[in-house]
Unconditional design. Structure first.
Length: 218
């Protein structure tokens, strides 16, 4: 079923331009941004199929493999592609290929995938205890665990691969998110200049990334 749905999505995307979605897309997208969007769409569709196959097999990936898959099947990169659509920018490939820009980009992607919120509970002593749980997994963890389909969940992956408790896995994610936020901020000071016009577009794009991160937390 997953493969059939993905095929339908790809057919719609690559249909002739009289189809509404693609027609609206190309009106505001520049050629480079369009190429990036199409690539991210294809990668997202492929990753969803992979996720479905892993669930059928009952497989839990190691941490590195999970992070790579999560970056794609979360659709975060696909959504980030829309930043250029909203701003009407068309960043050169050399920007997206620059190591420092990629530090900022991947930090933002992972912050949305891994971001946490604070949950409060009472300990046996009655004191308030703060728990950090990945935002995207808060509502799904118990449900997925009860159905035996929790493999696409960072908590499960950390508990299995690093032999952590639920709280230890949650604390790990909280610390990792702090590192990602520090990197997202510090790397911006190390960006090179591509000229006034492109620098302005880069700044707008990074602002868009920041809005995504902030909005995800709120």
């Amino acid at each position: 079923m997953t493969k059939e749905l993905v095929s339908l999505l790809l057919i719609e995307l690559y249909s002739p331009e009289e189809y509404r979605f693609r027609a609206r897309l190309v009106r505001l997208y520049g050629p480079k941004a369009t190429t990036r969007f199409l690539k991210n769409w294809e990668t997202y569709c492929a990753s969803v199929i992979t996720e479905a196959e892993l669930r059928e097999q009952g497989r839990i990936l190691d941490v590195d493999a999970f992070v790579a898959l999560r970056r794609e099947n979360s659709a975060v990169r696909l959504c980030f592609s829309l930043i250029e659509y909203c701003f009407g920018t068309d960043l050169p490939d050399e920007v997206f290929e620059h190591p420092t820009f990629l530090e900022i980009y991947w930090a933002a992607v992972d912050l949305v995938c891994w971001s946490n919120v604070r949950l409060f509970s009472k300990s046996e002593s009655g004191n308030e205890v703060t728990h950090s749980i990945p935002f995207q997994d808060i509502y799904s963890y118990d449900m997925e665990q009860s159905k035996g389909i929790s493999g696409n969940n960072i908590i499960t992956v950390l508990m299995k691969n690093r032999h952590l408790t639920l709280q230890e896995a949650s604390d790990f994610v909280g610390a990792h998110c702090k590192e990602l936020m520090d990197l997202f901020i510090s790397a911006q000071a190390r960006l090179p200049s591509w000229g006034i016009s492109i620098d302005s577009e880069v700044a707008r794009y990074i602002h868009g990334l920041g809005c995504w991160v902030k909005g995800n937390l709120e």
